[in-house]
Design a protein around this ligand. Structure first.
Ligand SMILES: [Mn+2]
Length: 296
């Protein structure tokens, strides 16, 4: 398979902060060489970069919005240049969701936008709105933003011109949902499999995928690495008790990749600067390599 890697290091805290160190950390481990060894044709990674002036403008949300917009443009350009390539995102955090979806949705060959679906894999729902969020953290809202629920007229939706509808979204993991967030997911009728169900990848994917892919031109699989067990992967995301091993995550993702129109996979929230013994990186790498080994 032809793979185009994207690196994206922006969070609301700036470039190369928190999960922003993850993309380079994974490159340094030699991830791309290992994908080539599996038989993939891996192109040179494309780094999403703002100008110094854009980076220094005031405000974290503003930065996330600008960077996300640039990410959407990058994904669109990749689709124009390599229409059949698989896009592998090594991204800073979940705020990148709308940028990835926006780039996949943007019209390239036709005048109409592509229909895009999201498989959202995370310990958390990221489905809060400013009304329901206990913390007010932007990082808890990206799926709600992509769905047009939160801040939907705001620049934060980046290049995603048309919000996703409930049947365009499925969720997996979610061992740590806020009460109102859980209610919103149920009320909006979003299909969800819990973490324990992910240990049976075939059955879990069969619940999530057929209806999702039937509606879409392209499906994007977004993985917040806090889905991993913090005992094994302490430098991934916002730690909460429980979680999967890299191998368990990889087996689940590999099953998703067997469905048609899955065009892109991204991992986020790897704090490489905190991964002193490389344990977390090894778990992540195992998951990515397993996910893509069957798609050569
Ligand atoms: Mn997240």
């Amino acid at each position: 398979m032809q793979i185009v890697p994207i690196t994206f290091a922006y969070t609301t805290h700036g470039r190369d902060k928190v999960g922003g160190t993850g993309p380079q950390g994974l490159l340094k481990r030699g991830l791309l060489r290992k994908l080539e060894a599996q038989g993939h044709q891996v192109l040179a990674p494309i780094d999403v970069k703002l100008t110094g002036e854009e980076e220094n403008q005031y405000g974290g949300w503003h930065l996330a919005a600008r960077a996300g917009g640039r990410l959407a443009d990058t994904v669109k350009d990749i689709r124009r240049q390599w229409p059949d390539a698989f896009i592998l995102g090594l991204l800073a955090d979940c705020n990148a969701v709308s940028g990835m979806l926006g780039g996949l949705q943007a019209p390239v060959e036709h005048v109409w936008p592509a229909r895009v679906g999201l498989v959202f894999v995370d310990a958390h729902g990221d489905y809060n709105t400013p009304d329901t969020s206990p913390s007010g953290m932007l990082g808890g809202m990206p799926v709600a933003i992509a769905a047009g629920k939160a801040l939907c007229d705001h620049r934060l939706r980046h290049g995603l011109r048309y919000p996703l509808q409930s049947p365009d979204i499925v969720m997996a993991g979610m061992r740590d949902l806020d009460e109102q967030e859980a209610r919103a997911i149920a009320e909006d009728d979003i299909t969800l499999v819990r973490e324990e169900d992910m240990l049976e990848p075939k059955a879990a994917a069969a619940r999530l995928m057929p209806q999702l892919v039937a509606r879409q031109d392209a499906v994007y699989v977004h993985v917040d690495l806090d889905i991993l067990d913090p005992q094994r992967a302490p430098a991934a995301g916002l730690p909460s008790d429980g979680g999967l091993s890299g191998q368990q995550l990889g087996a689940f993702l590999k099953e998703l990749m067997t469905y048609p129109r899955v065009r892109s996979l991204a991992v986020v929230s790897y704090r490489a600067h905190d991964d002193h013994d490389g344990r977390t990186g090894a778990e992540i790498e195992e998951a990515i390599l397993m996910a893509l080994e069957g798609s050569v």
